[in-house]
Design a protein around this ligand. Structure first.
Ligand code: NDP
Length: 617
């Protein structure tokens, strides 16, 4: 559990946002996720405050008579001039006698503050000089949009506009509406996913956690590895149908061999060595909550070239790549054991991590954090464990596995050359991996790096799921040949290219915009302004659907499966799984963006109503 300084029910002093004034408040609750306290002022006002804005009563010296204020409004009434005016401060002209003004002040302030909820935001790199409230669009955009009631009513003074650079000001009703929609969407996302379970029942500490909370992640951690082996075993069957379910379980020696584990370790540490090589440029990641930016070396593409050279050299000196096919299950188990061990190590080291090092997604619950990762950027010296695992051992390993499957197909099916289907699958997926490594810098702004910690979810996903499930089509083709005609191949290639163009252009457009919003090449694009200082694209690829990159990725996934033919549903598992993953991921991102951008995000939703597939979803 992240430590908290103040207990529920404790009476302390809370700073009035935007001012240096402290008033007596009662702590109502603490959100371990956002690290915010909900406090109640004596006049009933409830706000969320950061720990730094709360002080124990003992740290204030009491004045002798009557000068100690017990509410913001009272204090306001007694001061003659204050630069930091609270949003509830009435105009000077309406001041009345002391006691009457006190009551009126309280009423006035309650009315205003109840309409406004102040939620501290992490300051963004470009965000500190903007003096507009969340959601106010650029003038050009605004004219084209229906005006919302809430915006029309909601006028901010110059000072409160200043406050809005640090706090997200959102009308209360709007907030409630958003919360309602959040919970509805959470249900839809979890219902749609076969991997997830919704935590039901009364409010608990784990309420609101993603992936179905503690029970959900517990099931995922047990279920996914079992499911992976089930799929691989089914794929090895001649007739992988439900009639032959479940597939025969292998003997233990067919699953575990210590030497294979050694081979896996060799691969992992070879990749670590390549990662440490001082080649490739060093860039900075996005700012962390404490303002720091971590440095990352971009040498993934070099690591790929070196890995190709190493695999080529090994083959030249007599190492058979078929080893990977013959020991596929054992390698998968070795990778699983390694990922589990790594997750345990990460959980232990994260126990002593300072609050600033914790991932926004972490919860304080040991099981949940074991899954989602407690530490955001665990590093050993400059070696970033999460960043390294994301693109190296698993992703480059996937290409090696595919190559091994191509050789296995030739051997098992007595072919002089690989099948066209196998060539298509291998080249499509090689392109995907090369693209990811070439555009390695884009990884730094993904949810995996900026939001989720490093725990079992990413360790398992990167090291086990990617190399052993993403290579599923090639594995399938080894024992289930499928002849693809050239016209069919041309259609599949066209589909793959179409998906790739959407995927690459959408990602590049957003990355270029995030890197340099005033890039002249992007000047033709329309944007919506947000109070964080970052704008949102509303035309170009990001005006087509809200996640065009997911659409492109899904089209590519379909193109990877089509070369396997239509005899079995198994090779389509990847497309189905990926659709579920992206729908769930989109819902997560949507929630994060709504929290970040408030009304601006609502306007983006109005302008671009479809999430992934135009006119469908
Ligand atoms: P995205 O690249 O889609 O990034 C989402 C972020 O983009 C948002 O949080 C927001 O961040 C920003 N954004 C959203 N809308 C706009 C807009 N209109 N204008 C400007 N910025 C906007 O997220 P992912 O990390 O999920 O995906 C990255 C890529 O990785 C995708 O192509 C995806 O398909 C792929 N992927 C592949 C997986 C696989 O297993 N093969 C798994 C997961 C993802 P902010 O505003 O803070 O910049």
């Amino acid at each position: 559990m992240p430590s908290r300084k103040f207990a529920d029910g404790e009476v302390v002093r809370g700073r009035w946002p935007g001012s240096s004034l402290y008033y007596e408040v009662e702590i109502l609750s603490h959100d371990s996720h956002s690290q915010l306290y909900t406090v109640k002022y004596k006049d009933g006002t409830e706000l969320e405050l950061k720990e730094n804005d709360i002080k124990p009563l003992t740290s204030f010296r009491q004045r002798k008579s009557g000068s100690t204020s017990s509410s913001p409004s009272r204090r306001r009434g007694s001061r003659s001039r204050s630069r930091s005016r609270s949003p509830g401060r009435p105009p000077r002209s309406s001041r009345r006698s002391a006691s009457a003004s006190h009551q009126a002040d309280i009423k006035e302030m309650r009315k205003e503050v109840l309409e406004v909820k102040l939620t501290p935001l992490v300051l963004k790199p470009f965000g500190n000089s903007i003096s507009r409230y969340n959601g106010e669009p650029e003038r050009t955009e605004r004219d084209g949009l229906p005006h919302r009631n809430t915006e029309e009513k909601f006028h901010l003074s110059e000072e409160s506009s200043y406050i809005s650079t640090q706090y997200s000001l959102r009308p209360r009703r709007e907030e409630i509406k958003l919360k309602d929609r959040d919970s509805k969407e959470e249900n839809v996302a979890t219902k749609g996913s076969t991997l997830l379970k919704t935590s039901e029942g009364p409010a608990t500490q784990t309420e609101g956690l993603e992936f179905g909370g503690v029970p959900g992640v517990f099931l995922i951690m047990l279920g996914l590895p079992a499911f992976l082996f089930l799929l691989l075993l089914m794929c090895q069957q001649k007739e992988p149908s439900l009639l032959n379910f479940p597939p025969p379980l292998p003997a233990l020696p067919d699953l575990w061999e210590t030497r294979v584990f050694g081979v896996y370790l060799l691969w992992f540490f070879l990749q670590a060595l390549f990662y440490l090589l001082p080649v490739g440029k060093v860039v900075e990641g996005v700012p962390l909550t404490d303002g720091r930016r971590l440095k990352y070396r971009l040498n993934g593409f070099y690591a790929f070239l070196l890995s190709a050279a190493a695999v080529g050299a090994a083959a030249y000196w007599g190492v058979e790549l078929l080893y990977v096919y013959r020991h596929f299950l054992q390698l998968a188990l070795a990778a699983l054991a390694f990922a589990a061990g790594l997750s345990a190590y990460l959980a232990v080291r994260a126990a002593g991590a300072p609050p600033a090092a914790l991932a926004p997604a972490s919860s304080g619950n040991a099981i949940y954090d074991f899954f989602i990762g407690r530490e955001l950027n665990p590093r050993i010296g400059t070696f970033d464990l999460k960043y390294f695992c994301e693109l190296r051992p698993g992703l480059i390993g996937w290409v090696v596995v595919n190559l091994a499957m191509l050789l296995a197909e030739m051997k098992i099916q007595n072919r002089a050359t690989p099948s066209l289907a196998m060539i298509l699958v291998n080249s499509f997926q090689l392109l995907y991996v090369l693209d990811a490594l070439w555009n390695e810098e884009a990884l730094l702004t993904t949810m995996d790096i900026t939001h989720d910690g490093f725990g079992f979810m990413l360790a398992f996903g990167d090291l086990v799921w990617v190399p052993f499930i993403y290579s599923f089509q090639a594995f399938y083709l080894v024992s289930h040949p499928n002849e693809v005609s050239w016209p069919m191949a041309s259609l599949i290639i066209a589909l793959k290219l179409c998906g790739y163009v959407i995927f690459r252009c959408a990602n590049s457009q957003k990355n270029a915009f995030r890197k340099n919003p005033s890039d002249p090449k992007l000047a033709h694009l329309k944007t919506i302004h947000t109070s964080t200082g970052k704008n949102l694209l509303v035309s170009g690829w990001w005006g087509f659907v809200r996640h065009p990159n997911y659409l492109g990725d899904l089209i590519m996934a379909l193109a990877w499966s089509l070369p396997c033919g239509f005899k079995h549903v198994l090779p389509y598992f990847y497309v189905i799984y990926f659709a579920v993953l992206l729908v769930h991921r989109e819902a997560r991102d949507e929630r994060h963006c709504r929290r970040k951008y408030g009304l601006a995000w609502e306007q983006y939703r109005q302008r671009v109503p479809y999430r992934i597939v135009p006119f469908v979803y």
